[in-house]
Design a protein around this ligand. Structure first.
Ligand SMILES: [Zn+2]
Length: 279
């Protein structure tokens, strides 16, 4: 990059530096070699060109990595299952321990990770092959230990989706008194209100990333329930600002009301895939 670039004004939330590691420009997808001058956005931990090249990038950006649905949850299951097998075998010996591991069901908490992973894969299947829909699965959020299950970029906009593979009845109940509303979300009799509240940091992380490239766009958080029983009448549409969907209704939601064209979908997907790498 020309030295003249150094005289360009640097946005106040970005810092100009020379890269210690190679990176990818979050705005245009250009590869930035080690030692190149770049802008660093601390809040989203992303880098970008000091000035993005006009038009098409000289070298075409690498194909977008859609990630692997449910991979993190599956890994956590396997880690827990492995530790359990180790514990049992050290106590009962290789042979008897092996039998016990096979015949005694895994603890509920361990099974829940495998079930969650299956739910994420089912959701991925439900959204696969839809035209003008790009889905990024199991994304790292740099600077946190958390992950985002699914980012859906489609004609109807941008959706942050958490898949929940639960059985049982889904209901919203008002626990407030006569003069106060205090809604809680229940699945199979358990208070699951925290699921909606857990979407807040994910939406914030996406907003922060988009702010680093001066993009403002409404972001719709979605809890997508796989296999729950919905009320027959008055199926709730949202809870605490989070859409409540199943895979079928989610397909409808993301392909409704066109807000983005193919080019915008593609550009947005690339920004998100760079800012939130596959896990
Ligand atoms: Zn760039």
């Amino acid at each position: 990059m020309a030295d003249g670039a150094d005289s360009q004004p640097v946005p106040s939330d970005q810092k100009q530096l020379r890269l210690r590691y190679p990176g990818t420009c979050v705005a245009c997808g250009a590869a930035l070699p080690r030692g190149a001058p770049a802008l660093y956005h601390a809040a989203s931990k992303t880098v970008r060109c000091v000035i993005c090249p006009d038009g098409a990038v000289a070298t075409p950006p690498p194909p977008l990595d859609p990630g692997c649905a449910g991979a993190s949850a599956q890994r956590e299951h396997d880690r827990r299952a492995g530790k359990r097998a180790e514990r049992v075998k050290s106590r009962f010996g290789e042979r008897l321990g092996g039998v016990i591991v096979r015949v005694v069901p895994e603890p509920q908490a361990t099974r829940a990770w495998a079930k969650g992973s299956v739910g994420e894969r089912k959701l991925a299947e439900a959204l696969a092959g839809l035209p003008d829909v790009i889905v990024l699965h199991d994304r790292k959020v740099p600077g946190t230990r958390g992950n985002i299950d699914h980012l859906v970029i489609a004609r109807a906009g941008l959706f942050v989706v958490d898949a929940k593979h639960y059985d049982g009845k889904l209901r919203i109940r008002d626990k407030g008194g006569l003069f106060r509303t205090d809604n809680h979300l229940y699945v199979a009799g358990r208070d699951c209100s925290h699921l909606a509240d857990n979407m807040g940091w994910q939406v914030k992380a996406v907003e922060t990333l988009l702010a680093s490239v001066e993009v403002t766009l409404p972001i719709t958080p979605v809890l997508c329930f796989i296999d729950v029983d919905w009320p027959l009448l008055f199926q709730p549409e949202s809870f605490h600002g989070v859409r409540l969907e199943d895979p079928r209704s989610l397909r409808k939601l993301i392909t409704a009301a066109p807000a983005l064209d193919s080019a915008a979908i593609d550009k947005l997907a690339r920004i998100l895939a760079t800012g939130f790498p596959a896990k």
